[in-house]
Structure formats: structure tokens, C-alpha cells
Design a protein around this ligand. Structure first.
Ligand code: MN
Length: 704
């Protein structure tokens, strides 16, 4: 029987016929896609995906996951696309394959402990569906089982990575058997000599012990039967890696670690666990301080059992684990136990939900016992991902908040890198600095010696570090400039409030400065320029005009561009945008945000510098008036201007400026108005009103 035949025999045991035939077509597809490719072992490549899928059948995974396992390398190794997979096998299967492929693409380089931890988090954060991790772990297990075929250097690298990254992930998800095997195989390839020596020692010790073990097993079985406790009792052997680890950690010899007999007792229910414990303690004396109740306080990965160590019959310690069948399932298969022990017709979403609930309950359990903050952190990543993990060019992993951009990354690496960054490459491709980073991205920042932070960055950075450094830089470098801008803005505000434009005397300034405490006049002007204070508010105070109800700059109507509270604001003279117009903002050094209309010709010419442009939108209910230019062609009759002015006044708009120029003939006049209007609707009303005047022939709004 070929491995593929064995696989189909096994899945037929628990999947519906239509699922099996879907797997058959996934297998055919994979075999065709990998045709002509061979593994290092010399077998046709398709033997690998089949072996991976076979491992997953041990957990009774569903047909989607198994299809994805059969197809897991086609995107990476052949030119099959995700769309093609989605068309043939459904969106879900394509998503799973894509998820596994993404994990394949990230490569772990650093060997620092902390980095390994970050890498594990990154792997979990990239996994939206726990089945992706299960496939990836099965993939890794099969690669480890066939590692002999690799060259020694590669073997060590893969084994190290497995021990540092994948085995701990398996452990975290409670996949105990898998965890043990991954550890064992990693140990074997990392330290072949130590492995061989320990293995030899284990074989000879095992032979000597058989009789003793059988005797003890018998004793325990009888004792439990006497106490009327139904139980399965088995002997248990430690794996080599855990013996090795214990020897290293506690400076013990092989026999000190190994001369401990291990037993497992599986009973019906929780009360029986404690009854069995009592019976056992009646049989052999417990060693003080060795008893652990992981039923009342489960381990971080959900593991439950009673652990106790006894003085055995021949002076050797005897370790016992007591648990229910249910606990045993979780101890063996962890997160996968929901698939393994599902009811016959459980729906997939139901399984996903249960898995999620399981993870959730672990979380709560940990919160209550408070024993493993570390684990909580991992689960948080898994359940509520709010961190993004990315690589530096040297392979170090940085964790950034969700939504972080290249600029955040630059500042996270170093303040100087942030202050001097001019461009970024993500996964070797040039991208705009504002690009959001995703898990697993490799980010490279390009700097220039004389580059400076751009105020526009403040609109998209998400880390406090980047924000505060950009602010700090702008504050110091542009202080003078800002103060000048602030003065200009303040004068405008003063004129707007009091058209007679009186000069502000020093006394008014002194009074204001006293109220503001530790600020100088220059600092207040700079604040205005930087947008931290509103010119109109300061102007009111200087003129000693009381503020309207509701107070300072939270007043509705004072902000005209949503989100511009931190910036100085100007409306472009070329296109005169008014509320309702589609708009775009340009960051002009020393002048803050200049707003243009979307179709402004002047703006279009400057679009080549995309980093300086922002999408902006109007704030709701602005109460300000905005300048707008219109041109009107009217028959050149006496009193026409007065008629027009009267109509405009009736519409509650102000006329800022009027100019007349001769038309093509003396019969017509071209009249230019600069009007103050509230918004587009207001302007439309005015234009409609003007059109009703018989002398008016044509009206157009002027832009640019
Ligand atoms: Mn693979």
C-alpha cells in the first residue's frame, strides 16, 4: 500500500464520501503541480504533502484542512495562484494554503532568546485560523522526520529553529505529542553524540527495569481495584530531550534523572482522581513537597492532572500522573482535540468556535490564577492581535502597534533614522513612507544626511515615539518660522474680528501673557503657527472680546477641515475651495496646510510630490465664510451692477471685490465678483438668484 493509499483509507474512516473525493482531486492537482520535483530523500515531491496530510488525520482534521495540507507547497514551489486554488477548491482552502505559504516565507535568523519569543508571537499573529498553524506544525514534523537527507549545516539550522520556535508553539497550543517529537528530533540533530550516548544508556537501563516496572504496575492496579476505582494504568517513559534538559538544568547524572519510574493513571471523573491519589498515597509514602494539583490550577496550556512522587518499593522515586480521559485528550492533542473528538456531525464553524472558546477559557483561567502573565501575552496576540511584527534588514524583529507605518518603524529603530528617512523598502520594494506595515514584512529605511521630518507624517504615524520626535523636531527647527507664520495668522484674525485693525498694545499682550503663565509672546506666536493655539482665540483675548458660550477652540464652526486642529490652515488663492467642494491638502513648509480643490490645475502640477499631499475633508457645520470667485456676463445696461449687488445681498453673501472688464462688444460686460459664501449650496442659491435677473447671460465659478 502506498502512503497515498494509506491516507485515503484513513480519511475514509471518518470523512464523508464527497469530502474524500474532494481530497482525491486535491491530491491529483498537487501531484500534477509538483510533477518532476523530487525531495532530498529522492522520493517524488508529492510524498511530502501526503505525509503532512497523514499527520493531520491523526487529529481527524476536516477536509478543508487536509486539502490545504495536500496543496500547501504548490503556491511556493510551482506557479499555481491563490485564485486558481479558490476556483478549484473553494475560498477557505485557498486561504489556508496562502496562510501556510506566508509562514514559509518568513525566515528566522537571530538566535537571541528574546527574538525567538517575538518570532513565535509573529507566527501566531499571522495565523487567523488555527488550522494554518496545525498544517505548518505537521509540515515541520515531516521535515524533521526526513531531516537526515539534508546537508549537516542545513540540518542544524532547521533543528535549532524547530527547538526555538515550533516546539514551543506546539507546547503552547497543548499539542503535547507533537511537541515531544519535535523536541526529540531537534535534539537528535543538534547534538547527535549526546543523543546517541543517552539513547544507549536508556536501552540498557530499560532492560534492567522491566521486571520492577511490571511489579509496581501490578501493585497499583490491585490497590485501585480494591478501592473500587476504575482505572487504566500504564508505565511512562521520559523522552531523551527532557532527560537531557533535566540533567543540564539541575546538574544531575543520567541515573539520577532516569531512576524515576513514571506512571499514568486514567480514571472516569474528577472525584476519582482524588480517590486514586488517596489510594496511591496509601500504597507508597508520598515525598513531601512534590504533590501538584494541576486540576484545580491547570497549566498555562490547559493541561490538567494530579502529579505526585512516591517512595517506590526499591528505594527509587515513583512519579504518578492522575487524570480523567477528558484531561488526557487535551494533554495529548490540546487545541486539536476538538477535531479529534468531535461529534460526528459537528459543523466546521462550530469547531472553530469551540477552539476559540477553549483559547478564551485558557485566558480566563490564567487571569484568575495569575500564574502565567507570559502566556496571557501570547494568547492576547492570538485572540486580539494589536501588534505587528516586522523584520529589520539584519533579521531582528520589532514589534509595533497595529497600523504602524514605515515612519514609525524608522523611529523605532533609531531617532536619527526617523529624522533622516526619505524612503522605505518593504520586502525589497520601494513604497511610500506612509505605507502600513504587515506581519512578517522586512523593512529597510533609506536615509539622507540632510533630510528632515515632514509635518505631514504626523497625519499617519501611530507610535508615540515617532509622534513626539517629529513634534520635537518641528518645534525646535521651525520655531522661528512658526512664530512668523503665527504673527501673520494672528494679524489676519485681528482684522477679521475688528476691521479697523487697531494695533495691539503691549498692555494687552502683558495681560494675556499673565493669564497664559509661563509663555512668552514669541512662544504664543509659534504655538499659533504650529497650530497648537487658534489665532482667533488669541485675537479675541487680545481684543478682550468675550468668547461665545461654550468656550475656546472646541467651539463648533471654528474647525473647518476635519483633523486640522494641529495645523495652520490656508485656502488656496488659485481655486478658492468652499465647503462641499472635493478638496485635497498640501503641506507647505512654514505655511501649514494649504487646501485646494480636487480639480485645481495649480495643485495638479504639484502632485508629483505625493508625500506632501493629504486627503482632507470638511468639518461639519463650519460657520465661517469662504471667498469664491465668479464671472458673470451681463448685458451692459445702466443699473445692472446695482441689481446684481442687491440680489447678492439678499442671499446673505458678502461682496469682497468687484471688477469690470470690457466684453467682446460694448453690448456686454464681464463682471468679476469675489464673494464670501458659506458653502457650495449657498453659492448655488446665489447663482440661481442671479440667473433670474434678465440682464444676466452667463455665470461661471472661477477656479485656478
Ligand atoms: Mn512543506
Amino acid at each position: 500500500m502506498t502512503p497515498a493509499d494509506a491516507f485515503f483509507r484513513d480519511v475514509s474512516g471518518y470523512l464523508k464520501p464527497e469530502d474524500v473525493s474532494q481530497l482525491q482531486s486535491a491530491y491529483d492537482f498537487s501531484a500534477t503541480a509538483h510533477a518532476g520535483q523530487y525531495r532530498m530523500t529522492g522520493e517524488p515531491y508529492v510524498s511530502h504533502p501526503v505525509a503532512v496530510a497523514q499527520i493531520l488525520t491523526e487529529w481527524h482534521l476536516d477536509s478543508q484542512a487536509l486539502s490545504a495540507a495536500l496543496l500547501h507547497d504548490v503556491m511556493e514551489d510551482t506557479n499555481v495562484t491563490k485564485t486558481e486554488l479558490a476556483d478549484k477548491f473553494g475560498k477557505m482552502v485557498a486561504e489556508l494554503v496562502d496562510g501556510v505559504s506566508k509562514l514559509d516565507r518568513i525566515e528566522f535568523q537571530s538566535h537571541e532568546q528574546a527574538q525567538a519569543e517575538n518570532f513565535r508571537k509573529m507566527v501566531l499573529a499571522m495565523t487567523r485560523d488555527v488550522r494554518v498553524i496545525l498544517i505548518k506544525l505537521a509540515d515541520r514534523l515531516h521535515n524533521m522526520r526526513t531531516l537526515d537527507a539534508m546537508n549537516p549545516k542545513k540540518r542544524v539550522r532547521i533543528a535549532r529553529e524547530t527547538l526555538d520556535i515550533y516546539a514551543p508553539i506546539a507546547n503552547r497550543l497543548g499539542l503535547n505529542r507533537l511537541f515531544q517529537e519535535l523536541q526529540e528530533l531537534s535534539f537528535k540533530h543538534l547534538y547527535p553524540n549526546r543523543y546517541r550516548v543517552l539513547q544507549k544508556a536508556l536501552y540498557s537501563a530499560r532492560g534492567n527495569r522491566r521486571e520492577v516496572v511490571d511489579k509496581i504496575l501490578d501493585g497499583i492496579r490491585h490497590k485501585l481495584a480494591d478501592a473500587k476505582i476504575e482505572a487504566t494504568v500504564t508505565g511512562r517513559e521520559k523522552n531523551l530531550y527532557s532527560i537531557y534538559h533535566k540533567m543540564q538544568e539541575k546538574h544531575l547524572t543520567f541515573s539520577q534523572v532516569f531512576d524515576i519510574y513514571g506512571f499514568r493513571i486514567i480514571v472516569q471523573d474528577v472525584p476519582s482522581c482524588y480517590l486514586a491519589l488517596g489510594a496511591l498515597h496509601g500504597l507508597y509514602k508520598p515525598i513531601p513537597g512534590k504533590f501538584k494539583d494541576y486540576i484545580a490550577i491547570p497549566k498555562a496550556n490547559g493541561y490538567q492532572s494530579l502529579h505526585t512522587t512516591l517512595f517506590g518499593p526499591y528505594g527509587t522515586p515513583l512519579e504518578a500522573q492522575i487524570r480523567t480521559a477528558e484531561m488526557h485528550k487535551i494533554a495529548e492533542a490540546g487545541v486539536a482535540s476538538h477535531w479529534l473528538y468531535k461529534q460526528s456531525d459537528a459543523e466546521l464553524n462550530e469547531l472553530q468556535k469551540k477552539t476559540h472558546q477553549w483559547l478564551q477559557s485558557l485566558l480566563e483561567m490564567q487571569t484568575q490564577s495569575g500564574s502565567s502573565i507570559e502566556f496571557l501575552e501570547h494568547l492576547k496576540v492570538d485572540l486580539f492581535p494589536d501588534e505587528t511584527y516586522v523584520f529589520t534588514p539584519k533579521g531582528k524583529i520589532l514589534s509595533l502597534p497595529h497600523g504602524a507605518t514605515c515612519v514609525d518603524f524608522a523611529y523605532a529603530v533609531h531617532t536619527d533614522i526617523g529624522n533622516r528617512c526619505v524612503a522605505a523598502k518593504v520586502n525589497h520594494e520601494l513604497v511610500p513612507l506612509r505605507s502600513e506595515l504587515r506581519n512578517g514584512d522586512r523593512v529597510e529605511i533609506i536615509t539622507a544626511a540632510h533630510a528632515k521630518p515632514n509635518p505631514a507624517w504626523l497625519n499617519y504615524v501611530v507610535t508615540g515615539k515617532a509622534r513626539s520626535h517629529i513634534r520635537h523636531f518641528l518645534k525646535t527647527m521651525q520655531y522661528e518660522e512658526s512664530a512668523q507664520l503665527g504673527e501673520r495668522l494672528l494679524n489676519q484674525a485681528l482684522v477679521a474680528l475688528s476691521p479697523k485693525a487697531q494695533k495691539i498694545d503691549d498692555a494687552s499682550w502683558d495681560k494675556l501673557l499673565k493669564d497664559q503663565t509661563d509663555k512668552t509672546r514669541q512662544e504664543i506666536l509659534a504655538d499659533i503657527g504650529l497650530g497648537k493655539q487658534l489665532a482667533i482665540v488669541i485675537a479675541r483675548r487680545l481684543l478682550m472680546i468675550g468668547e461665545p458660550e461654550g468656550g475656546s477652540n472646541r467651539l463648533p464652526g471654528t474647525v473647518v477641515i476635519r483633523g486640522s486642529e494641529g495645523m495652520a490652515l490656508q485656502f488656496a488663492k488659485c481655486c478658492h475651495p468652499i465647503p462641499g467642494d472635493p478638496i485635497i491638502g498640501y503641506i507647505k513648509k512654514g505655511q501649514g496646510l494649504v487646501v485646494h480643490t480636487h480639480d485645481c490645475i495649480v495643485a495638479r502640477k504639484m502632485r508629483s510630490d505625493p508625500d506632501k499631499w493629504l486627503d482632507v475633508e470638511w468639518a461639519p457645520d463650519t460657520r465661517k465664510l469662504f471667498a469664491v470667485n465668479i464671472r458673470l456676463v451681463a448685458s451692459n445696461e445702466r443699473g445692472v451692477l446695482a441689481k446684481l449687488a442687491a440680489e447678492i445681498a439678499q442671499s446673505e453673501a458678502n461682496i469682497d471685490n468687484v471688477s469690470l472688464e470690457p466684453g467682446d462688444s460694448t453690448a456686454y460686460a464681464n463682471i468679476h465678483f469675489t464673494l464670501q459664501v458659506h458653502n457650495r449650496l449657498h453659492l448655488a442659491q446665489i447663482m440661481r438668484g442671479l440667473r433670474r435677473i434678465p440682464e444676466v447671460i452667463r455665470i461661471t465659478r472661477l477656479k485656478g
